[in-house]
Design a protein around this ligand. Structure first.
Ligand SMILES: Nc1ncnc2c1ncn2[C@@H]1O[C@H](COP(=O)(O)OP(=O)(O)O)[C@@H](O)[C@H]1O
Ligand SMILES: O=C(O)C1=C[C@@H](OP(=O)(O)O)[C@@H](O)[C@H](O)C1
Ligand SMILES: [Mg+2]
Length: 413
């Protein structure tokens, strides 16, 4: 009995991890060339498959019976071997897509929807949005009209935006196709990408207070719905949510911001140790990359030159998942750094009474306590606009425990 995911180049996939959690411990990855495909499907040991690009249409053709939904979409993502040896095909991406929208409370009925992209996922989205009662569905793409040059004509009508393109996906993050702020009547934005957790599109939606969702709930839900077909088990929403939570817990970064000398490096290092995560300090990375400490560099070339290099470092660090990142105290002065850090992370502002801050070798704290007060007056609103949570750093071990507690609590919502 073999189960697994079929594709051409699979790289890192969460599917085995999800199916293993559902008890299907033999679920594996099958990378296959187009020329091997018809022989592959004939292997009688194969009991169940999930299919990813570029084989979703070919898979449909290999099935003897196909669900009505999969037929309408024109491709299958799940194949189940029947007792007579023939393949049955379904599309659980459809079910996963609907689950994702329902979970995020994004209303479709009666609404004008704009779908970015015209690939396989956009077809799934089209059929699902139709079934959910969308008032209109417009597909925007690079080559088939309407193309992105025509986007302005949709600013006043669009109510829901769904991105089905890979734009903004790792390692090309952050990158966006459109300006969410230009749309005036949005009630929901969804991106089927799940790495990063928050694409540029979703960060924009979030900052405008528009309900939004990434694609991880869809990924997990389609896997659970496929497992129902593979294993004949009747999983409920609770199963989807608990797997989603464990993935989020593993993937979400913890990012520390705050005044120079407040304890970001010290707390971050301890926290990483307690959580068994890799630790990155942007000033350490700076030293490794330039051969100079941040303070020496600022003294020699000025703050602006330092900020530019620091941003490039944060852009790179922010694409990582499951790590702890301590930033340098001034990272909040560059607005783009928010997107770099927030795309995969929950950001914590660390505070301590200014009188207790360590000012050694910190050029921006030069000038004693009055200078530190002036710096804090400028920066505090910036730290607050970056951070989702503020933690006061009295005793390092307690600070670590408080962040850990908040982090797990935040993931469970
Ligand atoms: N809660 C705390 N109590 C006492 N000293 C602390 C505390 N947190 C950090 N420190 C000390 O403050 C200094 C600055 O800490 P550091 O982690 O380098 O700050 P940052 O990275 O925010 O600039 C270090 O000497 C560190 O040991
Ligand atoms: O506040 C700042 O502008 C800076 C803080 C430093 O990091 P710490 O906050 O870890 O001291 C370091 O990045 C650099 O000297 C600039
Ligand atoms: Mg530091």
């Amino acid at each position: 009995m073999k189960f697994g995911l079929l594709g051409m180049t699979l790289g890192h996939s969460y599917s085995p991890r999800i199916h293993h959690e559902l008890g299907n411990t033999g679920y594996e990855l099958f990378e296959c060339d187009p020329s091997q495909l018809s022989t592959f499907f004939k292997n009688p040991a194969l009991q169940g498959l999930n299919i990813t690009i570029p084989y979703k249409v070919k898979a449909l053709k290999a099935c003897h019976t196909v669900s009505a939904i999969a037929n309408r979409i024109g491709c299958v993502n799940t194949m189940v071997r029947q007792e007579n040896g023939q393949w049955y095909g379904h599309n659980t991406d459809y079910d996963g897509f609907i689950y994702m929208l329902r979970r995020a409370h994004i209303p479709i009925k009666g609404n004008h929807c704009l779908v970015l992209g015209d690939g396989a996922t956009s077809k799934t989205a089209h059929v699902a949005l139709t079934d959910l009662g969308a008032r209109s569905i417009t597909h925007m793409s690079r080559h088939t009209p309407p193309t992105y040059d025509a986007i302005e004509q949709f600013y006043e009508t669009t109510q829901v935006i769904i991105n089905t393109t890979p734009v903004g996906m790792y390692p090309h993050n952050p990158d966006t196709l459109i300006d969410v702020g230009a749309f005036h009547h949005l009630v929901g934005v969804s991106d089927v990408i799940y790495n990063p957790h928050r694409t540029g599109l979703l960060i924009q939606a979030d900052s405008l207070g528009i309900p939004s969702t990434d694609g991880l709930p869809m990924l997990v839900a389609q896997a659970v719905y496929a497992a129902k077909l593979f294993q004949g088990q009747d999983y409920d929403d609770h199963t989807i949510e608990s797997i989603l939570q464990s993935l989020r817990q593993e993937l979400e970064n913890i990012v520390l911001v705050g005044m120079p000398g407040v304890g970001k490096t010290t707390v971050g290092r301890q926290l990483a140790k307690v959580l068994h995560r890799p630790f990155y300090d942007s000033d350490d990375v700076f030293l490794k990359e330039t051969g100079q400490s941040s303070s020496a560099y600022i003294n020699m070339y000025g703050e602006a030159a330092f900020r530019e290099k620091e941003s490039a470092i944060l852009r790179e660090l922010g694409t990582k998942t499951g790590v702890v990142i301590a930033t340098g105290g001034g990272c909040v002065t560059v607005p783009e750094n928010y997107m770099y850090l927030r795309q995969n992370g929950r950001i914590y502002q660390i505070t301590r009474p200014l009188e207790e801050l360590d000012m050694t070798d910190r050029p921006l704290s030069k000038g004693g306590l009055p200078a530190l007060h002036r710096l804090a007056a400028i920066r505090t609103p910036m730290y607050e606009s970056f951070a989702q949570c503020t933690i006061s750093n009295r005793v390092v071990s307690e600070t670590v425990a408080l962040i850990k507690e908040d982090f797990y609590e935040s993931i469970s919502h």
